[in-house]
Design a protein around this ligand. Sequence first.
Ligand SMILES: *[C@@H]1O[C@H](CO)[C@@H](O)[C@H](O)[C@H]1NC(C)=O
Length: 165
Amino acid sequence: MKVFSGLTLFAAVQGCSTTCGCPSGFSPKNGPEGTICYKRYITAKKYENAKAHCQKMDMYLPRINSDAELEFYTGVSSGSTWVQAEKRKGNPGTLLKWRDWKGNILRNQEWYNDPEEKDKDEPSKDDVWGYIKAGSVWGATQNATRAYVCELNIQDCIDDQLKNM
Ligand SMILES: *[C@@H]1O[C@H](CO)[C@@H](O)[C@H](O)[C@H]1NC(C)=O
């Protein structure tokens, strides 16, 4: 097994950018789940249209299920930004819950909560989509429009490159 100095490793990671890099127009950023490529779209769209746009590029909306992820994606975009959070059933027969795109139940979202003003607690009854704004998760109704971020995690690609050197 070959042993690399820190400097060689750095050069190799740079060199890997031709195969593991971000698509044109997308920026890399290191987050809780490794390196992502992301781009912010400021034209507000309905959740389903924003989702379809990301999916067409084999990308996804950010998935927030921890404080670390909320903080990271707030850093990516502090304004209103759709995230993977849909109030729906998973497979037929399962419960109506807040879920990510794979149908997994989101348990650790930090919803907006104002103990002084009950009507400002989120999500509220008719909310079906989630978005982040200013460090909290908020709920939105069916036809609401928001800006969004499409992203792709490239950490597996980077890891494979390092393994195969
Ligand atoms: C969303 O928009 C559709 C089509 O315009 C409309 O039929 C539906 O009632 C709207 N839903 C809500 C909850 O406003």
